[in-house]
Design a protein around this ligand. Structure first.
Ligand code: M6R
Length: 608
């Protein structure tokens, strides 16, 4: 996720661009840059680091004069944060400058094509290919060139483009990444999000996929890919600025919950090509995978809960024994490790101190390491032998949601990939698992579309004192996450228990009215879970059951029932977690808690 802005008017562009980027820094902040037409050519200034580094470098914009420009604040995907990889990316001759939010999935093939045509690339980004393609196709009409380029590229993009040969326009196009056009008087704007332009205008066009906006000082025309004009209705924005930064949501957590279908799709789809899993840059060979006799999964908090699910998934698909450890324990327990072991580390931030220390410990022992990380270029990503990034984008809320979901998605990709290399699944199973994985984003959307039902349930229980989450196997691992979500943001005491273990002590805490959330998504364990629900009901509990749509039988026991769509059992945690996140969110919201910044917590725990 990145932020883009663009300006054309009579004022100086750079100060507006810097101001707009500041409002978009929540979308990414590892580097920033601007390109401005200075009367003869495109002047580009960009720098690794926070926006203020760039701002100081160009003297608040004064060193980059001109009235047409584009700007970018980056969340690195392709290529680590660096000056060269920062946007704008420019074409070979410096004629085109491009800012991009999204991922060009087929950039390697396109890069090869452009290299064969003699273009020289300087960055590791996927975006540079767009600048080069534009220059290649440009024959005096930018719109024409843009249409040709978007027919070539696959993936997601919001693009802002300027051209030194035709400097009186800014061109913008989007597909699956947000982009708006701000409508001014004698000046017009583009931006990834509304706050970037609110100091200039409140009238905007929301671009739809494959719409191309051509901005001049006094006009904005929007075209489709057949070069026909699209008639757009301006939208007037009356939000206050802080609401707009959250995209209209009250909290980042709500926004991030709703972003999950996209985040999961962005994580999965570039890695599935022609029905095969392609794990971009991992160097592990099939031979190395075959040598592993054990996987240690090491992580903290919610990432550890992903590891708990991963244990079941790897053992079922790849038939490799898995141990899951909380990183702060792992580092001090002297685990038995040799060259037949893989240490798989999971972390959103890539900076969690205990996880990083455990990773380094494994590396010191010469053990092979692989990490699943969201923040590109973070310490854990840098220090691992291999890294697979989750493309969740920046996660602002302390309680993780979309990072958790994308970590799970990578676990499925990786386990199926291993299973294929090890021959532990058939070709039919391989294809079936892949297509089920591809169906995840739509199924998550289906659950999100019914969020009001969960809001209602939250209204019934937001005064609860204690809540228990119970489940078996995968559902137990899910219970851990459901319970953590609830306690960290609502401050309600909650415990997750293996359903069969409850009667060995903890059931004594169940009394009249205690809420027990029972997860029962696995068919083979469904009847066992029904028995466990009956046990707690007999002690006065109110039971909220969560299962798949076919298991309506749950209503015979549970007081309330929630359903998720059908899916291969191993992948159901990706669906079941969503109602649990929403439940925690609505309960905390009804209690008036500081949801995005819960007490005593930090987003990234960089101390031991
Ligand atoms: O950045 P990491 O994934 O390494 O963070 C690990 C935990 O601190 C994190 O998952 C934490 O438990 C979240 N607040 C849970 O919502």
């Amino acid at each position: 996720m990145c932020g883009i802005v663009g300006y054309i008017g009579e004022d100086q562009a750079a100060p507006f661009l810097l101001n707009g980027l500041e409002k978009l820094e929540y979308r990414g902040y590892d580097s920033a840059g601007v390109a401005v037409y200075n009367g003869t050519s495109l002047q580009v200034a960009k720098a690794k680091g926070r926006l203020k580094v760039l701002s100081e470098m160009i003297n608040g914009g004064r060193d980059v004069p001109g009235t047409v420009g584009i700007g970018h604040t980056r969340w690195a995907t392709h290529g680590k944060p660096s000056d060269i990889n920062s946007h704008p990316q420019v074409s070979d001759s410096g004629k085109f400058a491009v800012v991009h939010n999204g991922i060009i999935e087929n950039y390697l093939a396109l890069k090869d094509l452009m290299v064969k045509k003699g273009k020289v690339f300087v960055s590791e980004t996927d975006t540079e290919v767009v600048a080069q393609l534009l220059e290649y196709y440009y024959k005096g009409d930018i719109l024409e060139a843009v249409i040709k380029v978007i027919h070539k590229v696959e993936g997601s993009y919001a693009l802002g483009i300027i051209c030194a040969d035709d400097p009186d326009q800014v061109v913008a196009v989007r597909k699956d990444s947000p982009l708006i056009v701000g409508l001014g008087k004698g000046e017009n704007f583009i931006a990834s999000d509304i706050p970037a332009i609110l100091n200039k205008t409140r009238d905007i066009y929301r671009l739809n996929d494959n719409e191309i906006a051509v901005l001049k000082r006094d006009s904005v025309l929007v075209y489709n890919t057949d070069k026909e004009i699209v008639t757009k209705e301006p939208v007037h924005i009356d939000w206050d600025v802080s609401a707009a930064e959250k995209g209209g949501y009250q909290h980042f957590m709500a926004k991030e919950i709703m972003e999950q279908p996209k985040a999961v799709r962005d994580t999965i789809s570039p890695r599935i090509q022609d029905g095969k899993i392609v794990l971009d840059k991992i160097t592990l060979t099939a031979e190395q995978i075959k040598r592993f006799k054990k996987i240690y999964i090491v992580a903290c908090g919610s990432a550890y809960h992903v590891g708990m699910i991963a244990k079941y998934v790897f053992e079922k698909f790849a038939r490799i024994p898995v141990e899951v450890d909380v990183a702060s324990e792992f580092r001090y327990r002297q685990p038995i490790m040799d060259d037949k072991v893989l240490v798989l580390v999971i972390s959103q931030s890539g900076e969690t101190a205990d996880t990083l220390a455990a990773l380094r410990e494994a590396k010191n022992l010469g053990v092979r390491t692989l990490s699943i990380v969201n923040v590109v270029g973070s310490s854990i990503a840098n220090d691992s032998d291999d890294v697979i990034y989750t493309w969740a984008g920046p996660e602002i809320a302390v309680a993780t949601t979309k990072a958790y979901s994308t970590q799970l998605a990578v676990v499925y990709l990786l386990a199926i990939y291993f299973a294929d290399k090890l021959g532990t699944i058939t070709a039919e199973e391989y294809s079936s698992y892949i297509s089920q994985l591809q169906s995840l984003p739509d199924k998550i959307s289906e659950i999100l579309a019914n969020k009001e039902q969960i809001q209602y349930l939250a209204s019934q229980f937001f005064n609860a004192k204690d809540v228990f989450f119970i489940g078996r196997n995968l559902d137990y691992a899910m219970s851990l996450e459901g319970s953590l979500k609830l306690k960290e943001i609502s401050y309600i005491h909650s415990e997750a228990y293996a359903a069969g273990e409850l009667k060995h002590g903890t059931i004594s805490l169940v009394e009249d009215g205690t809420l027990v959330i029972a997860l029962a998504t696995q068919d083979a364990l469904f009847d066992k879970m029904i028995s466990n629900m009956k046990e707690v009901k007999a002690r006065g509990a109110v039971v909220l059951g969560l299962t798949t749509k076919q298991n309506k039988k749950i209503e015979q026991v549970a007081d309330y029932a929630l359903y998720v769509p059908e899916l291969c059992e191993m992948m159901l945690p990706s669906l079941a977690v969503v109602p649990l996140q929403l439940f925690a969110y609505y309960v905390a919201s009804m209690k008036g808690c500081d949801i995005d910044k819960p007490r005593n917590l930090a987003k990234s725990v960089t101390v031991e």
